[in-house]
Design a protein around this ligand. Structure first.
Ligand code: NAD
Length: 352
């Protein structure tokens, strides 16, 4: 198993170090992998002038999966095509990673860490399948022009049938391994691109008669995620709506620092990263929560490396560390055993 490790910026190196520690703790259990490190984001820009230098592209081509931290820093935002985030976008594009899978569930030990009441999130277990390479983020034309003596900014929401079909298949296949329910999120009452989305999802659904398909407008979905999140199994979303809804879903679990994600395409190769960013406000202080990254490593074992037993070991170890009372600051309540990033990693590795 060949893994490219790209820690990136901000808290990236701290949290990825914990995931690597946990992966190494699997070795005595017969699960080992070759890990090679690569630069990405601002770290790569500072070293080479490019947020995704050729060596990192070669590493991405070499590996079976990428374990990714986070990229970005507000002082780099003016760099245009050299912005740290471009390194990640280029990686996703090079590897044609069009589907982002973000589970949201709640460890029973953390049901009081959510801002929602425990009875609302009890039993929460949903997956957001978000389209990742289309929509307003990539649609043409885009830009800022001058019209009638004022500046006008514009972007284009565009989806081709084939793009909707392939992400819908990912959602239906995911549902087949779960409770067999897909809720497709759109805004078909207002947007033509979303009407096409809905019609195409309905067409794909005919190939999965065992799966129940429902549709929800994004505004209603946002409300329902907070009012009754346990009603969802798989939520299928376009890029923009999924970006927003998945951050809402993350808070149901207690903290953005708890949610892993997988970006996959047509092959087994995938990119695994926490859903949060580089959190410059807490970088270098050993207080970031490494669990999202550690759970991303578990998803990597399951989805790219054909090692579900390794994934299960990691997930159980996270549960065990939480049951022993270990909490990073973002999920701690008064009286909890508050630990730093590396101590949390140690506790999970020890539980393995
Ligand atoms: P962020 O996700 O980095 O942080 C949002 C808030 O959550 C901050 O208060 C942060 O301290 C907290 N937080 C995030 N991760 C945490 C963790 N593991 N443990 C505890 N607290 C955590 O979002 P932001 O502040 O809007 O963005 C910071 C930078 O990250 C920007 O440059 C942005 O472009 C970049 N970004 C990168 C990615 C990515 O690499 N995929 C995703 C989102 C944002």
């Amino acid at each position: 198993m060949k893994v490219a490790v790209m820690a990136g910026d901000g808290i990236g190196p701290e949290i990825v170090a914990q995931a690597v520690k946990v992966l190494k703790a699997l070795e005595p259990h017969g699960i080992s992998m070759e890990m090679r490190e690569g630069l990405v984001g601002a770290a790569a820009y500072d070293a080479t002038g490019d947020p995704l230098p050729p060596e990192s592209q070669e590493l991405a081509a070499w590996c079976d999966a990428i374990l990714f931290g986070s990229v970005g820093g507000f002082e780099y935002e003016h760099l245009g095509a050299k912005r740290p985030g471009q390194g990640l976008l280029r990686l996703r594009k090079d590897l044609e990673l069009f589907a982002n899978i973000r589970p949201a569930s709640v460890f029973s030990e953390l049901k009081d860490a959510s801002p929602l009441r425990a009875e609302i999130i009890e039993g929460l277990d949903l997956v957001i399948v978000r389209e990742l390479t289309g929509d307003l983020y990539f649609g043409q034309p885009r830009g800022i022009c001058t019209k009638d003596n004022e500046r006008v900014g514009y972007n284009t929401m565009v989806y081709a049938e084939s793009e909707v079909e392939r992400i819908a298949h990912v959602a239906f296949r995911t549902a087949m391994t779960r409770k067999r329910r897909v809720c497709s999120v759109d805004k078909a009452n207002v947007l033509e691109a979303m009407q096409l989305w809905r019609e195409t999802v309905e067409k794909v659904a005919r190939e999965y008669p065992q799966v129940e398909l429902t549709h929800m407008y994004v505004d209603a979905a946002a409300m329902m995620l907070v009012r009754e999140p346990t009603r969802f199994d798989v939520m299928l979303t376009p890029n923009l709506f999924g970006d927003i809804l998945s951050d809402v879903a993350s808070m149901l679990s207690g903290s953005i620092g708890m949610i892993p994600s997988a970006s996959i395409g047509g092959t087994k190769k995938g990119l695994y990263e926490p859903i949060h960013g580089s959190a410059p406000d807490i970088a270098g202080q050993n207080i970031a929560n490494p669990v999202a990254t550690i759970l991303s490593a578990a998803m990597m074992l399951r989805l790219s490396l054909d090692c579900p037993q390794g994934a299960e070991r990691i997930e159980k170890a996270v549960g065990a560390a939480l049951a022993q009372g270990y909490r990073t600051a973002d999920i701690a309540r008064p009286g909890d055993k508050r630990v730093g990033t590396s101590e949390m990693g140690d506790a999970i590795a020890a539980a393995i």
